[in-house]
Each structure stands twice: as C-alpha cells, then as structure tokens.
Design a protein around this ligand. Structure first.
Ligand code: YH5
Length: 295
C-alpha cells in the first residue's frame, strides 16, 4: 500500500529485481560483481592480450567464489591508455561474453561507453550496460534504451586521460548526486525506466583521495536517491594510498572498503577478489537484517 509519500514501503514492494537479459539480479542484499578485464597485459609492451581461455578460467573462479554477476571490459580506463576502435573492443569482448553466457548461469554486464558495443553485446545476451560515461557518448543513450537492459550510470569528472590532474569540487557529494540525478532524468526522457537504473559515484574517476573518502562516508545519501547503488573501490589507489601498498597487496583494504559500502546500503559491489568479499559482506548483511537469519 502506498504510504503518505506516495511510495510503497520496501517490505511491501519487495526487493528490487533487475532483469538482466532474462537472468535475474535480486537486490535483496549486497551482490558481488566480479571484474573481468579483457585488456592488454599491462606488464607487456602490447600484443599480449588476455586470451579468452584465461578470462574464462578467471570467471570460473569468480563464479565458484560466489559472484552474482560478471563485468566484462575491453577498454582500459587508465590514464595514458590508448583509445581503441569499436571493432577492436568487440573482438576482445564478444567471444568472452558468449563463452561466459554458455558456461555460467549468472548475468554478464558489459563495461563500455561505445554504442556499437552496447548494441552488439545486448544482441548476444549481455545482462547489463555498465558505462563510466553514463551514456554521454553520441548514440549511447539510444543504444542503451533500445537494449532494454539495466544500465549503471557512473559519475566521472573530466575524461580518463586527464581526470586526475586537478579534480575540483565545492561540494563533492552534492555535485555527484546532482550529476547522477540529471543522468537519471535524461534516461527517463529517452524511455529508460527508473527500474532499469543503477547509480555509481565513480570512485577514482576525477576525485582526490579526500573526495573519494567523503563519497564513501556519505554513500547513504546516494542510496537515499531511491535507486540501487553500485560501488567500485576494489584495488584502487584510494585503498593503496591509505595503506601504502601496491596493487597486488590491496586485498584486505579492498575488503574493508566493500564492507563499509555495503553497510551504507550499496547493493552491487564491483570487486576483483570475489570469495573474500562474499564472506565479508555476508557478515554485513547479517548485521543489517538479523531477523532474516535462521535460528
Ligand atoms: C567503477 O568504479 N571502475 S575500471 C584502477 C585501479 C584498480 C581498478 C590499480 N569500471 C569502475 O576498476 N565501472 C572501472 O588501480 C567501473 N564503477 C563502474 N561502474 C577501473 C578499475 C581500477 C582502476
């Protein structure tokens, strides 16, 4: 029954369920998105790509570890990385997408800003569009609308090449919330229903260390916008700089950040280390809703 605000109570309405290309992502508790990068090996000088076989092996480990969704990306967002053509991105990502869908029951999201890749991936069964540009590329809004898929809208100040040069905000939380609110309005105007939308403050994308932790501290304000919130903090500099550790030693810090995000109400946690995060977040869920535990 609608309450005085005109909304249904969460309990009466039941959990948000995203229809990810026919595979359900039930957001009754924090869910784990496993990161699968299909990009050139950063330790090589180009040419050495993650092979589809290696990618599938990594996905198998993530699904066995409890991943609820796999996020496949073919373009590096790191500063200085070369842009690639839509065809090259599709050549990297589509074979892996098809193999994942054939082997695993979980939905597969596609980390892309390119409308061509969105359309092709959606046609082959992808379950979600994860766009760090929040559909601001020419043609992306229409491609996402036509796909019928859920869309993650992420905030970024600037563009990947230069975004970390001098990030500036008067009020980082307010400005990121305002941006996401505008993108939600643009999506609904384009025929993408709110029920398909997920919000992401974009940790590390045009933010200082302080900005990132202000966003994490106040993540509850994004949750209060009424749409599911996704966070991607795993292994990022905001973890490494606090504990002063390189990227291969950021597991415990990343898990701690995932715990805090889940505690604030994030419902999709984008992580590299699935199994440890699954355990940690189960403890958060037990604490948030002790009534749901069986004796
Ligand atoms: C995100 O936050 N991030 S790609 C630098 C690192 C570690 C990891 C070594 N795609 C997000 O994961 N999509 C990426 O330091 C994303 N939210 C969403 N929705 C960057 C990444 C990373 C970067």
């Amino acid at each position: 029954m609608p309450d005085h605000t005109g909304t249904r109570s969460a309990a009466a309405a039941g959990p948000v369920i995203l229809n990810c290309g026919g595979r359900a992502l039930v957001l009754d508790r924090p869910r784990i998105m496993g990161v699968l990068n299909i990009t050139p090996d950063s330790f090589s000088d180009g040419g050495a790509f993650v092979t589809p076989e290696r990618a599938i092996d990594q996905a198998r480990e993530m699904v066995a570890g409890g991943a609820d969704i796999i996020d496949v990306g073919g373009e590096s967002t790191r500063p200085g990385a070369d842009a690639i053509s839509p065809q090259e991105e599709m050549d990297r990502v589509l074979p892996v997408l098809e193999a994942l869908l054939a082997e695993f029951p979980v939905p597969v999201s596609i980390d892309t800003s390119k409308p061509e890749v969105m359309r092709e991936a959606a046609g082959r069964g992808a379950g979600m569009i994860n766009d760090i540009m929040a559909l601001r590329r020419e043609g992306a809004m229409q491609a996402a609308a036509d796909s019928g898929l859920p869309v993650c809208l992420m905030h970024m100040q600037g563009e990947p090449r230069t975004m970390q040069k001098n990030p500036r905000y008067d009020d980082v939380v307010g400005e990121v919330m305002a941006f996401l609110g505008e993108r939600v309005a643009a999506c609904t105007a384009a025929g993408i229903s709110r029920r398909r939308l997920v919000l992401d403050p974009g940790f590390g994308f045009g933010k200082t260390l302080t900005h990132n932790y202000q966003l994490l501290r106040e993540l509850g304000r994004f949750v209060a916008m009424g749409l599911p919130v996704l966070t991607g903090i795993s292994r990022k500099s905001m973890v490494g700089r606090v504990i002063d550790k390189p990227v291969d030693q950021r597991l415990y810090g990343s898990v701690a950040a995932a715990v805090l995000a889940a505690r604030e109400g994030a419902r999709i946690l984008r992580v590299h280390d699935v199994a440890p995060t699954v355990d940690a977040v189960r403890i958060v869920q037990a604490t948030l809703e002790p009534e749901t535990l069986v004796s």
